[in-house]
Each structure stands twice: as C-alpha cells, then as structure tokens.
Design a protein around this ligand. Structure first.
Ligand code: MD3
Ligand code: FE
Length: 223
C-alpha cells in the first residue's frame, strides 16, 4: 500500500488511526479505510447530480417485495430488480432514457482504488447507488449478475456507519462483521468476489454531509 493513509510507518498509524484500517479482509479483498473522505463533498455532489436525472426508487425483489434500500444507477449499465429477476439494463425503466453518465470523480476514485488494491486497469461499466435510511438492510446475497468474474467490485461508503456481513461460498457459512464508515472504500476481488454478504439494519443517526442516510456506491465491470 502506498497511499497516504496506508503507508505503514508506526508514527503515522499513531497520529492517524484510519491508517490501521487499511488491510486485507480476505484473499483478494482490501479495505481502504477513509480513502474517499477527502473527496466526499465531490462524491455527494455527484450522487445529487445522478439522482436529479435518475431518482431514488425502491425496486421489487423477484419475490414481489419492495427492497428496504432505495437505488439508482449511473454509467452505461444499470442494475435492475423486479418480478422478472435481476439484470443489467442500458436504459432506466422509469424514464426510458439512458442512465446518467458516471461523474468523473466516481470513475477516477474507483479506478484509483482498484489499482491501489492490486487490480490495475479496472474499467467499470456500471455504478449502483444504494441508499439506506435508518432500519434499511441488505439481506445475505451473492452478486452474480456480472459477466466479468476477474474484475473486482469497488464499494464506497458515505454517511451513516453500518455493519457489513461477509460470509462464505455457501449461505450457511459463518459471517464476519466489518463496520464501514463514511469514506471507507472496499475492493472485493479474488476468490471471495462471489461470496455471500449483506448489511445489518442501519442504526439511526445524523451525518453532517449525508443527513439521515447511508449511501453506498458499487462499481462493477459487467460486460
Ligand atoms: C463482498 N452492497 O449492492 S458493497 C450490493 O454496502 C451490496 O450497500 C453492500 O452488496 C452495501 O450488492 C455492500 C460491498 C460488496 C459488494 C460486492 C461484494 C461486498 C462484496 C461481492 C462479494 C463479497
Ligand atoms: Fe452485493
């Protein structure tokens, strides 16, 4: 690791606690604690711009229930869940138009984080936005709709903290818990890329930039 948060000098770690939060979570999965914090204002402005053209919506699960998270997308492909199942679409079904472009700050952060974690040349073609109000959660699932299995998923957390769960290849495998805070970036690649994971209900709170929400961006290479 060679960014200013992750350089390993002990003095740095004492002065800046977030330096201790950069580590490998699993084979091929790297937590870059606080990595996006200095860009948070620009990222939030990017979120607001995306949402102005593709507003937050609660998609239906294939089982017919509304998801507790609100979602939107930017980039060439957008993730969609409804009665038909999960898939990636080139247009927003709500508007019939293309998804909004990825803001430049989204793209550059995702590419830089992937490179930092050992995945040079990451070229995401989809960015899913998840918004959690207090109480919203994401039940245990696997992300299997992306065709490019070699590419990682880059995740950026903004706003309220949450507890991330990551399990194994089988639903019944035990889960580890990982707290995720505003500005944290996680790069998920390698053998755990298709493992089960989820997010516990987000506790109530208030964040100065994001308000009463947690927003998570996931960058994916789908095609
Ligand atoms: C671990 N989102 O959108 S992002 C999702 O915090 C999703 O909103 C969570 O799971 C969130 O599908 C977690 C981090 C993430 C994404 C994909 C993974 C972790 C992963 C794939 C395999 C293992
Ligand atoms: Fe997921």
């Amino acid at each position: 690791m060679r960014n200013r948060h992750c350089r390993g000098a002990p003095l740095t770690a004492e002065l800046f606690p977030e330096t201790r939060r950069c580590h490998r979570i699993a084979a091929g999965a790297v937590l870059l604690g606080g990595w996006a914090q200095s860009q948070a204002l620009a990222l939030k402005a990017g979120v607001d711009a995306v949402i102005a053209s593709a507003p937050w919506r609660h998609m239906q699960t294939p089982g017919g229930r509304a998801m507790s998270t609100a979602n939107s997308n930017c980039g060439p492909l957008g993730w969609q869940s409804d009665a038909l199942g999960y898939r990636y679409l080139r247009t927003d079904p709500e508007s019939g138009r293309a998804w909004p472009a990825m803001p430049a700050v989204f793209w550059s952060l995702a590419v830089a984080a992937a490179e930092e974690a050992g995945y040079p040349g990451f070229a995401p073609d989809a960015c899913l936005l998840n918004r959690y109000a207090p109480g919203a959660r994401l039940s245990l699932h696997r992300d299997q709709d992306e065709r490019d299995a070699a590419a990682p998923i880059v995740s950026v957390s903004l706003g309220l903290p949450a507890t991330f769960l990551f399990g194994g290849a089988r639903r019944e495998d035990p889960c580890h818990r990982l707290p995720l805070y505003h500005g944290d970036v996680v790069v998920w690649g390698g053998p755990t890329r298709f493992h089960y994971h989820g997010v516990l209900p987000v506790p109530d709170g208030h964040h100065p930039l994001v308000g009463r929400f947690r927003i998570n961006l996931t960058f994916r290479k789908v095609r």
